[in-house]
Design a protein. Structure first.
Length: 278
């Protein structure tokens, strides 16, 4: 069973489903989406970034788009997958943002186990999300984003109560995680891979070779973050393209416009019309 929400104007995607969503990951494969795997009545064995992990029954594991997953066995699970355009385009508190504790902001792979009380709460929330994804109207996107944000906030609170050394698994993508955290912090001031390589005490070539394994270059990650912020400001602010360009680190708005069109296939002004902002 799979259900999907897609918004053409912003390219936002949210998919919820059962174990069938994990079928493409029978062999090691990059996720490409932020992913929650919520086990039900039995534990599930996975390999995450090459590291075996047994996820206990009634637990939630959160994964980032750059991580690799090997799904080893059939199991009863609930899976949520969404892209940056769905969740990261909106402002969130640092702890529950796209580099928050559940994602790039944690050096471990977070696994949160739910007690009986929390199982009931999450089940009710899931029912609401499942119902909303079937309700197509003008405010569906806003509603789904709020509900997923609630899911993330609740899971983050539980993670903060845990001892990560006891219930988390060390991954092998630490360099990729650190790079993404740095890009999140500095993408407005620097668009240069060299800048981030120096902060990580690595050469740009080392970063390129490492990121080559996951199919996305270090420069593309910088550009993707710039475009995401540009989309957010176009949609949720009254700023002009020139003002936005300055905010994301361009002195000349034409440079941002060229990058935006190259990445999205449309200009900032056309994008603004597509999302219904005049």
């Amino acid at each position: 069973m799979q259900k999907a929400f897609k918004e053409f104007s912003t390219a936002a995607i949210l998919t919820i489903g059962d174990q069938s969503l994990l079928e493409p990951f029978r062999k090691t494969k990059e996720l490409g989406f932020f992913t929650f795997i919520w086990t039900q009545d039995a534990e599930v064995n996975l390999v995450i970034d090459g590291v075996p992990a047994t996820v206990p029954a009634h637990s939630i594991v959160s994964l980032t788009p750059i991580q690799q997953l090997q799904y080893l066995e059939d199991a009863t699970v609930i899976v949520y997958q969404f892209n940056r355009e769905f969740y990261c385009i909106k402002d969130h508190d640092q702890e529950v943002g796209c580099v928050g504790l559940l994602f790039y902001g944690n050096q471990h792979i977070p696994i949160v186990t739910l007690d009986i009380k929390e199982q009931k709460k999450f089940s009710i929330l899931h029912q609401v999300i499942d119902d909303e994804i079937d309700t197509a109207d003008r405010i569906q996107s806003e509603m789904l984003q709020m509900l997923v944000a609630r899911f993330i906030i609740k899971t983050t609170r539980l993670l903060k109560q845990m001892n990560p050394s006891e219930k988390s698994y060390e991954g092998t993508s630490e360099l990729l995680r650190q790079y993404n955290v740095l890009v999140e912090a500095h993408f407005r001031e620097s668009h240069s891979v060299t800048f981030y390589a120096e902060k990580l005490h690595k050469s740009p070539k080392t970063l390129s070779n490492t990121f080559g394994k996951v199919g996305k270059s270090p420069l593309r990650i910088i550009h993707d973050r710039i475009i995401l912020e540009t989309k957010r400001l176009l949609r949720y602010s009254n700023k002009t393209t020139k003002e936005i360009a300055y905010e994301v680190g361009f002195e000349d708005a034409s440079h941002l416009s060229r990058l935006f069109k190259k990445q999205t296939g449309t200009s900032p002004s056309v994008f603004k019309k597509q999302v219904g902002i005049t």
